[in-house]
Design a protein around this ligand. Sequence first.
Ligand code: ADP
Length: 173
Amino acid sequence: MDNRIKIIQGDITRQEVDAVVNAANTSLLGGGGVDGAIHRAAGPELLEETSQIGGCPTGESRSSRGYRLPAKWVIHTVGPVWLGGERNEDNLLASCYQTCFRLARELGVRSIAFPAISTGVYRFPLQRSAKIALLETKKELEKESPLEKIVFVCFSDVVLKTYQDSYGEIFRP
Ligand code: ADP
């Protein structure tokens, strides 16, 4: 058990945390799903800023301000498109979490919310993605992390149940 980790069902754009993570695409110019929701809630200033960044490769992350979101920062990460599992998808997804945590440290973030990166349009298998998310989080929290709260915001009850089950497996005492 680690009481810094919260698994909730909800909308990431409503989270009162220092940083929310966006499951972006390599252009960083907005898209559907959680990316669209974050851009709508943050307002047009977000696109003005992200369009100056010049894109982001898969498995890496970039930060911007949060504008009209309750969160001060948005960390945009580009998850892999699932292509069957033999195209380095697991490592690329792990790298998303690692690079988000690295940026969070640089920004002085103490609370962060993640969506289930790559599990929507990018079709990464949900259970497999939840394990990667929680294992990378466990590694981060074992390193004297400044993080006080990590929220996994599950958009549906299926995602919620999957995260709860994976949490039980990975953080079992
Ligand atoms: P990707 O392209 O990385 O697969 P998607 O946005 O299609 O990204 O989906 C990623 C996950 O985010 C999915 O589980 C989807 O249900 C979820 N999601 C969509 N909108 C929101 C939201 N407002 N808050 C939290 N999660 C969301």
